[in-house]
Design a protein around this ligand. Structure first.
Ligand code: 5GP
Length: 193
């Protein structure tokens, strides 16, 4: 596999990385396309198959693992598998796009390791774990149990921030959005010099 650039945004759930990724996708000059991950978790709210995720059963997911179809995969929460299909990245590269990922820290760092020069790995840092809790509760898409599971994972994830190329502090969303656009634009421009 060899192709365009890979832009990874990783962060604890509720840090605002999805909002940042959406903002980046809306900037045509960045020529980005979203890598749709595969997952075995149930569909939430208005999520659409093939747009937000390739939704599949645990056994389908395990079959893809067996066939070596994933660039990386992770059991992010129990029986909730998430992974990046090689075919997805190849498809977007074939379209001449730079690929952007909204994935967990372990998966993000794995991709960075596989493609060190082509990849910009960005960690989005929330103001605090307490603030994360408030944001997740406001979103109210998950049960109390699931929220607590995500919070517990957040502390572990925060410790991985120094392994990323860049850290964006999402304390003020407008500032974070601007910083994200600048970072990605200069990374994409690098080999055109
Ligand atoms: P959610 O269930 O909120 O959509 O996602 C849960 C976590 O899984 C998030 O941290 C999200 O970034 C991560 N995730 C989504 N897709 C992938 C993927 O392809 N690989 C990995 N490793 N994590 C992913």
């Amino acid at each position: 596999m060899k192709g365009g650039k890979l832009i990874i945004f990783s962060a604890p759930s509720g840090s605002g990385k999805t909002t940042i990724v959406r903002h980046l996708l809306a900037q045509p000059e960045l020529n980005l396309a979203f890598s749709v991950s595969a997952t075995s978790r149930p569909r939430r709210g208005k999520e659409k198959n093939k747009e937000h995720y390739y939704f599949m059963s645990v056994s389908e997911f395990k079959n893809h693992i067996k066939n070596d179809d994933f660039l990386e995969w992770e059991e992010v929460y129990r029986d909730n598998f998430y992974g990046t299909l090689k075919s997805e990245v190849e498809r977007l590269w074939a379209e001449g796009k730079n690929v952007i990922f909204d994935i967990d820290v372990v998966g993000g760092l794995r991709i960075k390791k596989k493609f060190p020069d082509q990849t910009l790995a960005v960690f989005v840092k929330p103001p605090s774990v307490d603030e994360l809790k408030i944001r997740l509760k406001k979103r109210s898409t998950e049960s109390e149990d699931k929220i607590n599971m995500r919070i517990a994972k957040a502390s572990v994830e925060l410790a991985t921030a120094p392994q990323f190329d860049k850290i964006i502090k999402n304390y003020d969303l407008d500032v974070a959005l601007e910083e994200a656009v600048d970072l990605v634009a200069s990374f994409i421009a690098e080999d055109k010099e």
